[in-house]
Every structure is written in C-alpha cells, then in structure tokens.
Design a protein around this ligand. Structure first.
Ligand code: UTP
Length: 290
C-alpha cells in the first residue's frame, strides 16, 4: 500500500524561539506572508497526500483557525471586489482534509507520533516535523514516499550537519546504496561524546514509517531530555527490520531556531512574486554596508 496519510507533529513548546512562541505557535511564524505550517501542508499535498493529521496542544488552536473557513473575511473580500485576496483565503481552507488531535502533555516527538495511532491505523504514514520547512519544487516527502514504494521499509529523510552541531541531532551509521539512498545500520540521538558519533548524517524533518513503529514506541523508554524520542524507536526499527535513508533534494529551514527563521524569511522574500525584486535591491544595498 502506498503512503496516503501524513502526520504533522506541531505540539512542541518552541522554547528556542521564546518569547515569540509564547502565544504564537512557532509553526505559525510566517515566511513573508505564509505561515510555516502551510508550507508543510502544501508539501504533503504536492506529494499526493491529502489526509493530514496535525498534532496540536491547548495553546495552538490558531493553527486550526488558519486552515478553517473565515466567513466574515470572505464576505467582506467578496463585497469589496477583492477577488484575488478571496482566492488566497479560499485556497488555504480548501488545501486538504486536515484533522487535529491534542497531545495533552509535551512528552516528546515520539509521544506525539504515538498519539496518532488511531489516525494511521494499519497503514504506513509520512511524518513532517511541524517546524521544518523544506523548499524544493519536487516535494521532499514525495522523494521519501517513492523510496517507500520501492523498499516497503521505514524511510528517513537525512542530511549531513556541521560537526560542531551533531550533538544537537541524531547521528546515523549509513552505507551508500545508490543515487541519494543509504542503508541505515544504526543511530544514536544527541551523541554526547565524539566516540558516540556514527557519522554526520542525521534525520532531518521528514520520515515515512510503517505501522509497526507504534508497538515499538509503546515499549520505548523515555530518553534524551526526558522525552519519548522518535529516534529511539527508529533505532529499534532499524535493528529489527532495517531502514533506508534518503538524502533528499531541497533546502531545510529550521523554524524552531532563531537563525533558521531569519534565513527562511530572507530566502522566501528574495523569490516572492510581489516583493522579491525590491527586496533583492534592498539586500544588495544592505550587504554593501556590512
Ligand atoms: P522539537 O524538539 O524541535 O520541538 O520537535 P520543541 O520541543 O518545540 O523545541 P524546543 O527545543 O522547545 O525549542 C520537533 C517537532 O516535534 C513537535 C514540535 O512541535 C516540532 O514540530 N513536538 C515536539 C511535538 O509535537 N510534541 C512534543 O512533545 C515535542
């Protein structure tokens, strides 16, 4: 069976981008005029996945509002003839079939995925981390789904990270297969010493998982940071059934970090239909003063 469902965990506390994330979910921070979470939903839709579950919490209802209809705004735009803006608003609410589930306690990414068990049922599913925007014409998650169709194994989106940062990510033992595909043989979450580092390849932002992951998650003890780590469950999956890594094409922006937010905003502004040309001139002028 192909991948028809996607889970977007977006219930984290976003402590790295406080105070911005105190009342506004970091997933709602905009790249110019579009919130991060919309880019992620659009990526899933472009990959042919329209059944989407967003994991939220009690402070994040604004995400539901964003993808809902807004009758007053729509009426006003129609009445004043602002049909282009009306189209933008309607497109957002018609994007996909989105449902929501609350993670009652922030117990980690693995726990957030486990909450989605009733939604996924007995099917493989895509996971798109709610704060990782990946920009690429061919959607990154589509590249992973293609690998799933070929191998019917858990698929991780992987990229190399700078050596000084590997202690903040997972580290993977990998063997090249062909093209951008790797066999993953082991993994460790947030390696603390150099001998724990298996390689600079890390799981970044996307994966496709088989339903067996839920039984594994149920039995996985809480790990780094006192959270149920998805990586710990994926390590068990790797050791029992194997996993494949896809070094996906696309640039990933970490909307959970201050620098990531700024890079994403600048890049999005440079290619924006309305303001791109003017912004480019501004950036060039600014660069001359630096
Ligand atoms: P992060 O570890 O980046 O999110 O999780 P965080 O906990 O919000 O980050 P900081 O360290 O406090 O800044 C990756 C993704 O998993 C979601 C987050 O919303 C993010 O999209 N997540 C994390 C959950 O849905 N639930 C959790 O319990 C933890």
């Amino acid at each position: 069976m192909g991948v028809r469902k996607a889970i977007i965990p977006a219930a984290g506390l976003g402590t790295r981008v406080l105070p911005a994330s105190k009342a506004i979910p970091k997933e709602m921070l905009p790249l110019v005029d579009k919130p991060a979470i919309q880019y992620i939903v659009e990526e899933a839709v472009h990959a042919g996945i329209e059944d989407i579950l967003i994991i939220t919490n009690r402070n994040k209802t604004v995400m539901e509002d964003h993808f809902d209809c807004s009758p007053e705004l729509e009426q006003q735009l129609a009445a004043t003839g602002k049909l282009d803006k009306l189209e933008i608003v309607n497109n957002v609410s018609n994007l996909a079939d989105i449902t929501y589930m609350r993670q009652k306690e922030t117990l980690g990414l693995g726990h957030a995925v486990l909450c989605a068990r009733p939604f996924a049922g007995n099917e493989p599913f895509a996971v798109l981390y709610g704060d990782d925007v990946i920009v690429r014409k061919s959607p990154a998650i589509g590249q992973l789904c293609k690998a799933y169709d070929a191998y019917h194994m858990g698929i991780a989106g992987i990229k190399q990270v700078p050596e000084q940062n590997i202690n903040k990510y997972s580290s993977l033992a990998v063997e090249p297969m062909h093209d951008r595909l790797f066999k993953i043989t082991d993994m460790v979450e947030k390696p603390q010493t150099p001998d724990e580092v298996l390689s600079l390849y890390s799981i970044l932002g996307r994966c496709v998982l088989p339903p067996e992951i839920f039984d594994i998650l149920e039995k996985t003890p809480f790990g780094a940071d006192g959270e149920l780590q998805l990586t710990d469950a994926m390590r068990t999956l790797t050791r029992t059934k194997g996993m494949v890594g896809v070094d996906y094409e696309g640039v990933r922006y970490d909307m959970g970090s201050k620098l990531g937010i700024m890079k994403a905003a600048v890049e999005a502004a440079l290619v924006h239909d309305e303001i791109g040309a003017e912004f480019r001139i501004y950036v060039k002028q600014l660069a001359e003063t630096l």
